[in-house]
Design a protein around this ligand. Structure first.
Ligand SMILES: [Zn+2]
Length: 275
């Protein structure tokens, strides 16, 4: 399975186009196709970045129309780099798409069709999960702290123990985020990953050219967490897009700091009969 760049109604997005994903409309946004002015130009989906809420609302409407999700059924968190995954239902839907999430968590899970799980990123790794057999979806935001804390595994755990999913049925899409090419760190990041994953972290950490620094592959580490949770390697799609390399298409917190918009990743269970 691959994650590919697609475009609908002038809005580019990334998603997994494999037929197995047909029952769960989903996508990863880019910075393109929206209405916001600089420095949020143009598809800013962040509610608390200083952008006009009217622009954020219009951007959500455009992005949801492009990927086939319901802009009136968004559920969001206030993301805090935790490993907490929140089970949600229609009662958690945010009526105004431009309103920020308030509940502190970094993952969302539901089995309610039509509820649109929404998480945010601007270098961090967005992860979407779908069990087409049990009909359950999850979304998680994994920065380096969440990656080390195993939020990806926590999201699978929430699906398995909260909803009765079989890990062997779960499909995963790891979206655009900062790549090992651009994620240079001090020893704190490799130390945290090794403390959590032991030898399993080694393939994803290498010394950088700079003395005492390292290049870390966060997407690879999250893939490893999902495999350890019982997902088939064949069910995990990983985007090769690096948000820090491709500033014409994405925002990067590392490169641009706070003067930027925010990307989102969304997934919902379809409500209609599958054709
Ligand atoms: Zn890069």
């Amino acid at each position: 399975m691959d994650i590919i760049r697609q475009e609908r109604h002038g809005v580019p997005f990334y998603s997994c186009n494999h037929p197995a994903w047909l029952g769960a409309p989903h996508g990863f946004s880019t910075r393109l196709g929206g209405v916001s002015p600089a420095p949020w130009d143009s598809l800013n989906l962040g509610a608390n970045r200083g952008d006009d809420p009217a622009n954020v609302r219009e951007n959500f409407t455009r992005f949801c129309a492009a990927i086939g999700t319901d802009v009136h059924a968004l559920v969001k968190n206030h993301q805090v780099h935790s490993r907490q995954v929140r089970p949600v239902t229609r009662s958690h839907v945010c009526l105004d798409p431009a309103a920020p999430g308030v509940f502190e968590a970094d993952g969302l899970v539901t089995d309610v069709p039509g509820v649109c799980l929404t998480i945010f990123s601007g270098d961090c790794i967005p992860i979407l999960l779908y069990d087409p057999v049990r009909r359950c979806v999850a979304a998680a935001h994994a920065g380096w702290r969440g990656t080390a804390a195993g939020i990806a595994a926590q999201a699978v755990e929430a699906m398995v123990h909260g909803y009765g999913c079989n890990p062997g049925h779960i499909l995963a899409a790891i979206g655009p985020g900062i790549g090992p090419c651009c994620f240079e760190t001090h020893a704190d990041v490799p130390d945290a990953l090794q403390a959590a994953l032991g030898q399993d972290s080694v393939p994803f950490i290498r010394p950088s050219a700079a003395e005492g620094k390292f290049q870390v592959d966060l997407k690879g580490v999250n893939r490893r967490w999902l495999e350890r949770s019982g997902l088939s390697p064949h069910h995990i799609a990983v985007s090769s897009a690096c948000t820090a390399c491709q500033l014409d298409e994405f925002w990067s917190h590392r490169i641009q700091g706070g003067q930027r918009g925010s990307m989102a990743a969304m997934i919902q269970l379809s409500t209609g009969e599958l054709s």
